[in-house]
Design a protein around this ligand. Sequence first.
Ligand code: ADP
Ligand code: MG
Length: 316
Amino acid sequence: MRDERPDMPDTAIEITGLTKTYRATAKSPAKEALRGVDLAIPRGSIFGLLGPNGAGKSTMINILAGLVVKTSGHVRIWGFDQDMNPRQSRAAIGVMPQELVLDPFFTPRGSLDVQAGLYGVPKSQRRTDEILALIGLEDKADAYARSLSGGMRRRLLLGKALVHMPQILVLDEPTAGVDIELRNMLWQNIRRLNEERGMTIILTTHYLEEAQEMCDEIAIINHGQVVIQDSTANLLGRIKGKTLVVTPSTAVSLPQMPEGISCVLRPTGALAFGYETSRFTADAVLDAIRAAGVGIKDVTSEEADLEDVFLELTSS
Ligand code: ADP
Ligand code: MG
């Protein structure tokens, strides 16, 4: 039987005019967490949602997950309006939440089964073993959740988001506070889901390096609004600055530089000089450094990275 799902929407998620105001409580005033968000997330992408703490990232994701009720606006998931087609839009998405919420009395196998039941996946179509293998918990399949390490619990949350093999996988800060090994494993698995199954991946992260490396496209959100959405390559291209990092031949205090060249002292004792390539050549910057009385023992240059873009756009 064919269901009424539009087979391949170009846009996996389409958000228009989304607002969320948390009601005032006895303890805190009302909070406008989202103030008119428009966002289109292309099918098949690995999409990064970046923004400082409190920007509204989790609020947005929890609205997608159906955990938070929006105040106004429209959300379409895989072509289905969240209000008009709640069942279909819910079936298209799996969400790994930021918090570790697990019932300690279920085993990983039990948790996955319960979750599959909640999503109405018939027993014959369950992929419990495949998912256990994917998250590397085969040998813990029948251990109680309370005996699992933090990292294993995170992996189990990823497994739960996958029980119905959704077209869209959403991960809220998946690697916050996890060790490097687990981080690499999570990323490998997520990449595989994207490449082999064409799953659209949406993630929030604090690690800009990670977003730069993983994501095809990025939206930066600040104070409940999207300040920019673009391909990662284009975002990086926006930054026209470069940095020369100089190890001075003798310890120096911060030199006085001409207007347009910034200077910061790094904890290592190196001096980092920032400049715009449209205004200065590296040669001119080096001349200015020498003229300021700094002896140059060693020098390296750094390209701008996503962190520069991020700081420029969220500093207000
Ligand atoms: P982020 O995930 O980007 O850090 P959040 O979406 O968690 O941001 O929070 C956005 C804003 O909404 C913050 O100011 C936060 O304090 C507030 N907020 C989040 N959840 C609630 C809630 N349940 N009740 C009231 N305010 C909330
Ligand atoms: Mg959050």
